[in-house]
Write a protein that binds this ligand. Structure first.
Ligand code: B12
Ligand code: SF4
Length: 457
């Protein structure tokens, strides 16, 4: 059996680069997998083709120059579905014996999509890669087989098969810091870190519930402070983005982490995703006094007929009160809205205009609903034969909603399960954005890079 010693973790570049722009923060998930492998004595490199804007050939060249025994491709987003398959195929074409595995959020939720037809990916790891990647490489070195590795999924007998149930990491403090030193840190404008994993809400359009689970696991304030210290001492002072699904899900945690961050001089400037129902005065005071500049809340829709799609039940008044409370505490607040739920019609769409007008967000992020693998909406649309996953054009799904009428592929797809046309949906999205701008007391555009997060808290 060949002992696997040298590993590359690769982040493939994505296809619609112009739509997504430069990544503004480091890919900490893959960097955490790399750190865990390094701690287990593997020799590890990361190739972040996103950050370095590498073509597929350049990515393969960089990977193979390391002379790896195994390559783990990070397929965190649906937008990385085809790039993962393409990179895998290219690597196999050049080194047929190379062991190629994939992991990450999208891979976890849609392993069958990546393994189907016995393509270039040997194994998909469907859980949190920190623990699983090293178990996989150990098993491959010792037995040549992934059997028994938690979360490992392979293509066998004409279908994808999960070999052993996946687990979650409970003690987040026990994990090593992301391998920042293996990343091209000068390419990212800001820092990113997670203080928790998991989200207690179960929004029907969000893949987090399926992937990271509803049990929220927390890091200690000491561990978070240690990471910020490390980042600042090594790379200087940058804006910090806390990318937890819902940073404020556990209010005590949000207050504790904020208090810990407050001790830094010069103060840390930071932001996070939160949710309206958790933003009470205590949480907001703690966040503001520790340097939080803005937070984003996912509202998506408040129309009564659509409430079943959203895990957090709120109405327009509640949202307007929350936004006012954030402003009173000196925090900017951005709202996320989704258009195109199943059955969406003129009346439900118009309710979004009233919500945005009344709320007075500093800016809104408005996106069309795209079914993500593993979500309740995905299963519902497939069940009702309103959507055929085999026709999923993952390259174009998140193309920015354009003004080019029905040529917008995402709008055409979304329109198929609503009572509206693609044109009406595009106009609706644009109108939401215009109203959001006009209703903002002091319009400050969101700084999320070019990417518009489809959902969050
Ligand atoms: C932060 C975030 C972003 C940031 C990413 C910033 C960055 N530096 O990469 C931004 C805002 C840019 C973003 C954008 C998008 N996002 Co996003 N994002 C998240 C969020 C909230 C947290 C991710 C995170 O940092 N997790 C913490 C780290 C530690 O974990 P991780 O990255 O998942 O990595 C772990 C595992 O996935 C795995 N793993 C990761 N890589 C690898 C590689 C190998 C080899 C292995 C074995 C394992 C492995 O191990 C890691 C450690 O445990 C997640 C929700 C979530 N809970 O995951 C959504 C999420 C990943 N995003 C999602 C989506 C849909 C998008 C967009 C497509 C949205 C859009 N409309 O444009 C874009 C795509 C961007 C792109 N580049 O193509 C979906 C993905 C579902 C799917 N099937 O696609 C999620 C799950 C949320 C949701 N909507 O359900 N996102
Ligand atoms: S959309 Fe936000 S609040 Fe809802 S389940 Fe996903 S991460 Fe949690």
């Amino acid at each position: 059996m060949k002992r696997m010693k040298r590993v590359v973790i690769a982040v493939p570049n994505y296809i619609l680069r112009d739509e997504y722009g430069e990544p503004s923060s480091p890919p900490i998930g893959p960097a955490m997998v790399a750190a865990a492998l390094r701690r287990a004595d593997y020799e590890v490199a990361i190739v972040d083709a996103d950050a370095e804007n590498l073509s597929m050939d350049e990515t393969a060249d960089r990977i193979l120059a390391f002379k790896p025994d195994a390559v783990g491709i990070s397929c965190n987003y649906i937008t990385k579905h085809n790039p993962t398959l393409k990179l895998g195929a290219l690597l196999k074409a050049r080194e047929s014996n190379l062991f190629v595995f994939a992991g990450g959020n999208h891979a976890a939720a849609y392993a069958e999509g990546l393994l189907e037809l016995n393509g270039p990916i040997d194994v998909v790891l469907t859980g949190e890669g920190d623990a699983e990647a090293q178990l996989l490489l150990k098993a491959m070195s010792e037995t040549g087989s992934p059997v028994g590795v938690p979360g490992a999924c392979i293509f066998t007998g004409g279908k994808s098969t999960l070999l052993a149930a996946r687990g979650h990491v409970d003690d987040l403090d026990s994990l090593p810091l992301a391998a920042y030193d293996l990343l091209p840190m000068d390419k990212y404008r800001r820092f990113e870190l997670v203080t928790s994993r998991g989200c207690p809400y179960t929004c029907s359009f969000c893949a987090s519930t399926e992937i990271v689970g509803t049990k929220v696991r927390l890091r200690s304030p000491e561990s978070v402070v240690g990471e910020i210290e490390h980042l600042r001492n090594t790379y200087g002072d940058r804006f910090l983005w806390i990318s937890d699904d819902t940073f404020t899900a556990i209010k005590k945690h949000a207050v504790g982490i904020s208090a810990a961050i407050e001790q830094f001089t010069p103060p840390v400037k930071w932001s996070c995703f939160s949710t309206a129902v958790t933003l009470n005065s205590e949480v907001l005071t703690a966040m503001k006094s520790s340097g939080c500049e803005y937070t984003s809340i996912g509202v998506e829709t408040t129309h009564p007929s659509q409430k079943r799609f959203v895990g957090k039940r709120v109405n327009d008044e509640f949202i307007a009160d929350t936004v006012k409370r954030c402003h009173d505490h000196g925090l900017r607040v951005y709202g996320f809205i989704i258009v195109g739920f199943p059955g969406e019609n003129e009346e439900t769409l118009e309710s979004r205009y009233r919500l945005i007008e009344k709320a007075g967000f500093d800016d809104v992020g408005v996106n069309m609903l795209i079914p993500l693998p593993g979500t309740m909406i995905w299963h519902e649309l497939v069940r009702d034969k309103l959507f055929d996953p085999r026709k999923l054009e993952t390259d174009y799904l998140f193309a920015r909603v354009s003004d080019e009428g029905d040529s917008d592929r995402a709008a055409n797809l979304t329109a198929s399960w609503t009572q509206l046309t693609a044109r009406q949906l595009i106009d609706g999205v644009n109108k939401c954005r215009e109203i959001g701008k006009a209703a903002s007391p002091n319009y400050v555009p969101r700084d999320m890079g070019k990417v518009q997060q489809q959902v969050c808290a």
